[in-house]
Design a protein around this ligand. Structure first.
Ligand code: GAP
Length: 548
């Protein structure tokens, strides 16, 4: 049984990702850039396959004539590809300009910056000296980190650590300050030598700013890199309705880059500053929205399972009422037990939110706030809207029921990079297989679903002679137009299998002496290691069927 929160397992996954060309640090030869990642040859294929699966399963391959199990009715789907830089007013009306921030805290001594809600700590005392020791580590890594810092602060040797008196539970610094049990003056910063160096927490907007045009300089040129793809869909709602004959209920899907200036990017690609999202905005009649919310929550959950994520490591978590955004009627997260998290902790892969009519109304009327239970346009001291909407009518007229209404929105919002990371972590296995002489050999194998695997099949001539390479090259050329495959004649066949296992290739086809006699090849299954003989002429059909 594989342990969760096994940092060494995570380290091995990260190392394989680098060694085999799945994921590299961005700008690595210059020392890298925190929060930015590049996908190597295997990684780009894996990520593209994942996005293609999403696009095909959710958008392009959707059967609008059928009622999908669990859906209240048939529905249509359309796609969009919007710009990364949009009119700045978009972000003012959406709320991102005013509200999309984290609380950060600086350390005057170490000059390091932390997310306030990521700092944990505990009271420690020694010989009359008492301090609240903090760390930016979480989960199982927090207690040893705190102990090491306390030891250093009190100037103790390793054998003296038991002299430290601990009080209270390890918990969030922010919660301790809010409850009044300490002030920041009592807190020892994670990288500080003395208490009292942490600044008061400050808001930090997560949107990356840029300037438009050559004469950049005044506030009118100010623009933002989108922090989510969703707003591009809302502001094009009318364009799609007017041009594509879709009728409510329908959804619009988009895949694209988003940018967030995360204060503390961490955990490999999990929290990056540049990442890709796969978002659907689903527009429906208000009275049916609760049913559509349940449909999308369950449909998206099933998608991850169908692509092979281990059910026991996934969690569908409905948000408590006090966790919901002020406009949200319901939200559920699909979460995965990433190996870098403590046992029992899960990290978000996707959120499915019931957003009511908040977004379309915001872009019509202006930024909305909740007042006495109702959403109203926020006004400034002058009584005018704080952020003016477009003034365009984004309501929908149903020409059958003759009703006009602002559709409600269900938003399944997934991260492509987080999903790739979850599939990589889930696929990573270490086991033992017999080598060519029947002796057990340890192997690392990526058990990726065939639809996700970067390479579907490897074609391996047993030896580089006796006409085997020629047959293998013919088979490679027959397969290549249908799927990603590789020809490999270098090294022993055992080493070649090992290379393909690490890349996650589900099938290896070996051309041997028998091939020349009876025109069959061996088909080796990556997971079961079962080898079967298949007529060469049937390989293309057989593998295409398995991928369908
Ligand atoms: N439009 C709604 C929205 O953007 P979100 O929960 O902020 O919601 C949706 O983001 C998904 O985008 C997350 O579930 C996650 O998979 C991904 N995501 C968000 N921030 C990310 C980051 N800094 N790095 C990688 N993925 C991120």
């Amino acid at each position: 049984m594989e342990k969760q929160n096994d940092q060494s397992r995570m380290d091995r996954i990260v190392s394989l990702a680098k060694r085999r060309g799945f994921i590299f640090q961005s700008s690595e030869i210059y020392g890298g850039l925190n929060g930015f990642w590049d996908y190597g040859p295997l990684g780009v294929a894996l990520k593209r396959n994942l996005k293609d699966c999403w696009w095909r399963d959710m958008v392009a391959g959707h059967d609008e004539l059928a009622t999908i199990q669990g859906a209240p009715s048939p529905y249509e789907m359309a796609g969009l590809d919007c710009t990364i830089i949009m009119h700045p007013q978009v972000w003012k009306c959406s709320g991102h300009f005013d509200l999309f921030h984290d609380w950060m805290i600086d350390c005057r001594e170490s000059k390091r910056r932390y997310r306030y809600d990521h700092l944990n700590g505990r009271w420690a005392a020694h010989r009359g000296k008492k301090v609240f020791v903090t760390t930016d580590q979480s989960g199982d890594e927090a207690p040893p980190s705190i102990a090491a810092k306390a030891q250093k602060f009190f100037g103790l040797r390793a054998k003296q650590v038991d002299e430290i008196e601990w009080s209270g539970d390890l918990g969030s610094l922010a919660a301790a300050v809010a409850s009044g049990v300490l002030t920041l003056a009592d807190a020892l910063g994670p990288d500080a030598a003395a208490p009292g160096t942490l600044t008061e927490p400050r808001e930090f907007n997560l949107m990356f700013e840029t300037r438009i045009g050559a004469l950049a300089g005044n506030d009118d040129d100010r623009a933002f890199l989108r922090p989510e793809t969703a707003q591009g869909i809302f502001v094009n709602f009318k364009n799609v309705v007017d041009t594509s004959r879709v009728r409510v209920p329908f959804g619009i899907g988009q895949i694209g880059k988003s940018f967030r200036n995360e204060i503390t990017p961490r955990n490999f690609t999990f929290r990056s500053r540049e990442f890709e999202q796969m978002e659907i905005e689903f527009f429906c009649r208000p009275a049916e929205s609760a049913e559509w919310y349940r449909y999308w929550r369950d449909r998206r959950w099933k998608w991850y399972l169908d692509l092979g994520l281990t059910e026991g490591k996934l969690q569908l978590r409905e948000h408590d009422k006090d966790e919901l955004s002020h406009y949200s009627v319901g939200t559920a997260d699909i979460e995965y037990a990433f190996p870098f998290l403590a046992a029992g902790e899960f990290g978000e892969l996707e959120g499915i939110a019931h957003r009511g009519d908040f977004d379309l109304r915001s872009h019509m009327e202006g930024k909305l706030v909740r007042k006495d239970g109702a959403l109203v346009v926020e006004t400034g001291d002058d009584g005018k809207p704080r952020h003016r909407g477009s003034g365009k009518d984004l309501s929908y007229f149903d020409d059958i029921s003759r009703e006009r209404y602002v559709p409600h929105v269900i938003e399944p919002s997934a991260g492509a990079d987080r999903a790739v990371l979850a599939f990589l972590c889930d696929a990573y296995h270490e086991d033992e297989v017999p080598d060519e002489d029947g002796k057990p050999r340890s192997r690392t194998v990526m058990k990726l679903h065939p639809r996700l695997a970067p390479v579907k099949a490897a074609i391996l001539p047993l030896v580089k002679k006796d006409g085997m390479p020629e047959v293998a090259i013919d088979l490679y050329r027959a397969l290549k137009p249908h799927m990603a495959c590789q020809y490999d004649e270098k090294g022993s066949v055992g080493r070649r299998y090992a290379r393909q296992d690490e890349a996650g290739t589900p099938w290896c086809l070996t051309i041997d002496g028998q091939t020349l006699a009876d025109k069959t090849v061996t088909l080796r299954d990556r997971d079961t290691l079962v080898q079967t003989r298949v007529p060469v002429g049937e390989v293309v059909h057989m593998l295409r069927d398995r991928l369908a």
